[in-house]
Design a protein around this ligand. Structure first.
Ligand code: ZN
Length: 158
């Protein structure tokens, strides 16, 4: 029988998290936006315009199935700028804490990002990574699929 997770106490809920003390305000704000579920990725920006989820396609990939959500942008989009940001994040984290490599091999991408955001020594690097993905996305207009005709012209993923 699986263990029942302990309910968080109010002290747990209101505990100061390392990302709330990030020195650069823009980085802190963008981490808060990611954690609150309002990143500048199509999954959120096009939701506000009632675009169907499967139509909120990655501005870089521009292919069916490549929904521009948090997981895609942060961990799997092949856009060269995003790949470079991802690689810099991992290199910088490993430079700061070489033992993180063992953790990285055992946990999911999300769990690793969460671990670095919750670590007072690694949070600055993690926040810089999140911020860079926001800036990369903001520099390229979204791929807008607004009609069935637009959708019919979207190529299948390679
Ligand atoms: Zn993509």
């Amino acid at each position: 029988m699986p263990a029942i997770a302990r309910r968080p106490t109010l002290d747990d809920l209101f505990k100061l998290r390392p990302y709330t003390a990030i020195a650069r305000i823009s980085h802190r704000r963008n981490v808060a936006r990611l954690l609150a579920g309002v990143p500048p990725y199509a999954i959120e920006t096009m939701r506000r315009h009632h675009v169907p989820r499967e139509w909120r396609i990655c501005r870089f990939c521009q292919a069916r199935g490549a929904v521009e959500d948090e997981s895609h942008i942060l961990f799997s989009c092949p856009d060269p700028a995003l790949v470079a940001a991802r690689e810099l994040y991992f290199v910088d984290i490993l430079a700061e804490r070489p033992s993180a490599l063992h953790i990285r091999r055992r946990v999911s991408d999300w769990a690793f990002l969460a671990m670095t955001l919750m670590d007072e020594h690694l949070v600055t690097t993690a926040a810089a990574f999140v911020h860079s993905t926001f800036e990369i996305c903001k520099a390229t207009p979204p791929y807008e699929i607004l009609t069935d005709e637009d959708w019919a012209g979207v190529p299948e993923a390679v």
